[in-house]
Design a protein around this ligand. Structure first.
Ligand code: ATP
Ligand code: MG
Length: 366
């Protein structure tokens, strides 16, 4: 797919801007703090209705305004779509070809993107919460049912946690706990199953790509670490039983601590290079390459799932790669993936290697 134009209103430091983006490679060049990342972020937000940098939508709205708007035209296999997203204190509104979407989860997936930014290193070496956010964002893009299950799960989790805070092992209402346990397990299992499935496919592609980047010197493996034992080959009803058993086992502990201790909100995943955990033993370069392999794997995975390539958004990362890796990255993807790149200077980019590119100078939100 291709994004052929983007229009912003009161988005961060952009008052009003419209760009035709019909080239295969689009380079946003400018000095620091001019709005390069904001542009990539806006494309990301149009795809996922959430920023990669913040969970507070308020920050996306221009300081002088109360509502931000993003419009994009996406060329897909079966024709063009006009996507509109507005963000205001009243919430988010999304339209496809002028038709308001009742649920944001139905809007997500109309435009697919993969962003690679310096902070993605945190997926490898940061906290489990960062990895869960990564999983949720990526699976949500390709599996519409996922975000729904996640939303329902979070609601049950909040209610259950509120109850656990007020009750104690001696006075817990078992009937109420049973209802929450069933609901938690019902949605939780859907999430776990989709995460298992996603990680398995991601690992297949990431392994291949990582071996390519490191010329076969490194073997990357990705391991899912769910909060309760769950065999990936088992079906949902078995996982449901396992989840329920685990909840029974930790019941008293949960009541004492006032929080839910098992379920996908406590999941994690880990990366191994030649059998050694990358977050513990990996060098900075190995961790960076792992993050890059993951992102490039996602491109293939999205293609596999939806039959179209997503857009690739590269924020400030070209200058961090050596010439060899830069060339390899751009050459591998430029024929099939529309790419948006930000950089402070063109000297680090080998433009002669690009077939269909356009340079935009970004200066103070213009
Ligand atoms: P760098 O090269 O340093 O990464 P950049 O061009 O990517 O710079 P951006 O991150 O896009 O810069 O930010 C540009 C400017 O946007 C900053 O100066 C910031 O103060 C401003 N900004 C951020 N949020 C808002 C907002 N809600 N309203 C108005 N301006 C904002
Ligand atoms: Mg930036």
């Amino acid at each position: 797919m291709r994004l052929t134009s983007i229009q912003l209103q009161h988005y961060r430091n952009y008052e009003q801007i419209e760009l035709a983006t019909d080239s295969q490679v689009n380079l946003f060049v400018g000095r620091n703090a001019q709005g390069k990342t904001n542009l990539l972020e806006a494309i990301f937000v149009l795809a996922l209705t959430k920023s990669h940098r913040t969970s507070k939508d308020k920050e996306l709205v221009g300081w002088q305004s109360s509502e931000a708007r993003i419009r994009g035209v996406v060329e897909k296999r079966y024709g063009p779509l006009t996507l509109d997203l507005s963000l205001s204190p009243q919430g988010k509104k999304a339209k496809i070809n002028g038709l308001e979407q009742r649920k944001l989860s139905e809007f997500v997936g109309s435009l697919n993107v993969v962003m690679f930014a310096p902070e993605d290193l945190e997926i490898v070496k940061g906290t489990p919460g960062i990895r869960r956010r990564f999983l949720d964002m990526e699976i949500g893009q390709v599996q519409p049912g996922y975000l729904h299950a996640l939303g329902q799960y979070s609601k049950v989790l909040v209610q259950r946690n509120n109850y656990l805070k007020t009750a104690s092992p001696g006075n817990a209402n078992q009937a109420m706990m049973d209802v929450w346990n069933m609901q938690l397990a019902e949605y939780g299992v859907k999430i776990v199953k989709k995460r298992q499935n996603f990680i398995e496919k991601l690992q297949k592609w990431a392994q291949q790509i990582h071996a390519g980047i490191t010329a076969g010197a490194e073997e990357l493996t990705i391991v899912y670490r769910p909060s309760f034992e769950s065999d990936p080959t088992e079906d949902e009803s078995i996982l449901f039983e396992q989840f329920m058993i685990k909840l029974t086992q930790v019941k008293d502990q949960e009541l004492r601590r006032g929080m839910t201790l098992v379920g996908p909100h406590r999941d994690d995943m880990a990366f191994f290079i030649n059998g050694k955990e990358a977050s513990v033993y990996g060098s900075q370069g190995q961790q960076r390459t792992t993050a890059l392999s993951l992102k490039l794997a996602e491109i293939e995975l999205i293609h596999e799932e939806i039959g179209e390539y997503p857009l690739l958004l590269l924020d400030d990362v070209l200058s961090e790669l050596d010439q060899h890796r830069q060339t390899q990255l751009i050459e591998t993807f430029q024929s099939k993936v529309q790419t948006f790149i930000t950089t402070t200077g063109l000297e680090s980019v080998n433009i002669s290697k690009l077939h269909d590119s356009r340079v935009y100078q970004v200066k103070d939100g213009h």
